[in-house]
Design a binder for this molecule. Structure first.
Ligand code: SAH
Length: 357
């Protein structure tokens, strides 16, 4: 049975499910989940990410990691960890830049990829053959005891959120996926868990406006920060989402570069929510680490993306226009530059990573 009839049968038997549960089934059901079966990155696929826009993205992030490592006194060994590496493009570009600029970094690096998707693991293995990566299902499974430098682009948005809204009487309710009169998937409201209170910024949200809370994003951030506090190192999380708390339903399904209804083709479209950077940063600080956030545009400019684009254009004048379009796409306010944010995490007492002082 396909995923849709299976979810309908589950709801018919057990009642409506939370948006968090629905999203987890759509993405990770082992038989029919999107990431388990058909993750389609790239122009021919469902969505494009920054490393696929331009080689400059992965190159600059590789050099960011090298500067973090040098500032920490070049520890050897250390773990270089990418979470959700997709088709391996970011790491391929990073390693190419590092091999030329800071080969000692690669000698000291123990490369780990945290990846849930079997088809993407296979693509990563093909792309990164010479680099001898190892894979883990979760960051918790990457061995501790050495400093770590963690990179994750568009990973937080895969970690599901719960959605809450106030009903006409002002009481908090949880948005759920249930069945309509025809037995098809439909959104509805159910009671919020007893004692539910929204984050302080959302206390006065008017009825009908959706507020998202992601225990999975917050739990991941707390665990990552805890690792950095105990083992040393830094992390870079890049994703789309607001820098300050903002209400709103950000659940989005994308298929073949088009927004589609999140309920019509479960498991066949990529399903995401915005990264909740305010909650992620608060969890990092509560765990005793430092956190800062910049727009992607400002972060890449501080790392020198304009100089890198000019250098590439000087070497290949025939590609100058393409490179300028890539630069605009990654940094322009109307494109990815402002919606996407770069969040950094580092150990208290260490200098802030490049781009964040
Ligand atoms: N970073 C890549 C891919 C982004 S897509 C890029 O920028 O192009 C999201 C990635 O996160 C995919 O590799 C997906 O399989 C992985 N992923 C999603 N949920 C995950 C989870 N719970 N655990 C580990 N990896 C996950």
């Amino acid at each position: 049975m396909d995923l849709k009839p299976r979810i309908e049968a589950l709801i018919a038997a057990e009642g409506p499910i939370t948006v968090e549960h629905y999203m987890a089934l759509c993405l990770h059901d082992p038989q029919h989940g999107y990431y388990a079966t058909r993750p389609a990155l790239g122009a021919q696929g469902d969505f494009i990410t920054a490393p696929l826009v331009s080689q400059m993205f992965g190159e600059l992030i590789g050099l960011w990691a090298a500067q973090v490592w040098l500032a920490a006194g070049s520890p050897s060994p250390f773990r270089l960890v990418e979470i959700g590496p997709g088709d391996g493009t970011l790491m391929t570009d990073a390693l190419r830049a590092l091999r030329r600029a800071v080969p000692a970094f690669l000698d000291a690096a123990d490369l780990w990829l945290v990846e849930a998707s079997p088809p993407l693991r296979a693509r990563q293995a093909a792309a990164l053959q010479g680099a001898h990566p190892r894979w883990a299902d979760r960051l918790e499974d990457v061995p501790d005891g050495s400093p770590l430098i963690v990179i994750a682009n568009e990973f937080l948005d895969c970690l599901p959120a719960r959605q809450f809204t106030r009903d006409a009487r002002g009481a908090w309710a949880e948005r759920r996926v249930g069945l309509d009169a025809r037995g098809t998937l439909a959104f509805g409201l159910g009671p919020a868990p007893a004692g539910f209170t929204p984050p302080a910024a959302f206390i006065d949200t008017p009825p009908g406006v959706v507020v998202e809370v992601s225990p999975r994003q917050v739990g991941f951030a707390a665990m990552l920060a805890g690792r950095i506090v105990s083992d040393g190192g830094a992390a870079l999380l890049i994703d789309y989402g607001a820098a300050d708390p903002a209400p709103g339903d950000t659940l989005q399904a994308i298929r073949a570069h088009q927004k589609v209804d999140p309920l019509t083709t479960p498991g066949e479209a990529d399903l995401t929510v915005h990264a909740d950077f305010p909650a992620v940063m608060a969890a990092v600080r509560a765990a005793g680490a430092q956190a800062a956030i910049r727009t992607q545009g400002e972060f890449l400019q501080r790392l020198g993306i304009e100089a890198r684009a000019s250098a590439l254009a000087t070497a290949r004048p025939d590609r100058a226009q393409t490179l300028d379009a890539q630069l605009q796409r990654l940094t322009g306010d109307a494109q990815m530059g402002a919606l996407f944010k770069a969040g950094a995490i580092w150990r208290t007492g260490d200098p802030p990573p490049p781009g964040f002082p």
